[in-house]
Design a protein around this ligand. Structure first.
Ligand SMILES: Nc1ncnc2c1ncn2[C@@H]1O[C@H](COP(=O)(O)OP(=O)(O)O)[C@@H](O)[C@H]1O
Ligand SMILES: [Mg+2]
Length: 208
């Protein structure tokens, strides 16, 4: 049996009865569940149960609403139990490879010539790319990042960006279109910055 992950999660994420935060949280849990099943296919295939196909989860919208927070929570889960799986053929215990990358740091690295990072990101099993387009990029190296992402169709990928979908589409129409295709999910919010909510509303101290 697959362990119900929600019982073991410690997300530290307040949904505060806000429908937009709740939608972000549910999307993160669903992504985690499907990714877990893809890596640990126990029970999959029985009773018409479909094997989850890798896809993208993108969080867009207002600053300070927990997009990076949720992406990091999923990354911590991946680095803990999410990356371990058992080979169905040999029964060997194996480990999937994943990368968490800040877009700004990636662009800095590309400006220094570290192109091989793009190949690693293209090929890894699980990728988080945080704060897409959140960097000054006068030579448009972001185009190379989009090319890399285009090759991640069908792979577990989490993206966050403080842009709205129309803003993102005006920068990179092809990337915006991939975000919503092939079973990929976009959750866009325009809710209040967590740090600006009254303390009484927040469940835990904000560490900004
Ligand atoms: N819903 C939330 N529950 C708990 N903490 C939150 C929530 N939203 C934001 N925070 C906290 O506020 C700060 C900024 O959140 P962050 O995830 O970086 O926002 P962004 O949406 O801009 O990526 C972080 O310290 C994060 O942990
Ligand atoms: Mg962020």
């Amino acid at each position: 049996m697959i362990r119900p992950l929600s019982e073991a999660n410690d997300w530290g994420f307040d949904t505060l009865g806000d429908p937009q935060l709740s939608e972000m949280f549910s999307a993160a849990e669903r992504f985690q569940w499907e990714c877990w099943q893809a890596g640990n296919p126990e029970g999959v295939g029985e009773n018409g149960h479909r094997f989850p196909v890798g896809h993208w989860l993108t969080f867009l919208g207002t600053n300070g609403t927990g997009k990076t927070h949720l992406a990091k929570a999923l990354w911590r889960w991946f680095m803990g139990e999410g990356r371990h799986f058992q080979c169905r053929v040999s029964g060997a215990n194996l480990v999937h490879y994943g990368i968490f990358r800040s877009y700004r740091k990636l662009i800095d690295d590309l400006y220094s010539g570290a192109w091989s990072q793009l190949e690693d990101m293209r090929d890894c099993w699980f990728l988080v790319l945080d704060d897409v387009f959140g960097a000054s990029d006068p030579r448009n190296f972001g185009g190379r990042v989009s090319d890399m992402l285009a090759e991640r169709v069908g792979k577990w990928t989490i993206l966050t960006s403080n842009l709205t979908m129309p803003e993102l589409a005006s920068k990179d129409r092809r990337l915006a279109s991939r975000m919503i295709r092939d079973g990929s999910v976009v959750v866009e919010n325009e809710t209040k910055d967590y740090a600006l909510r009254p303390k009484i509303e927040r469940q835990r101290p904000c560490s900004v």
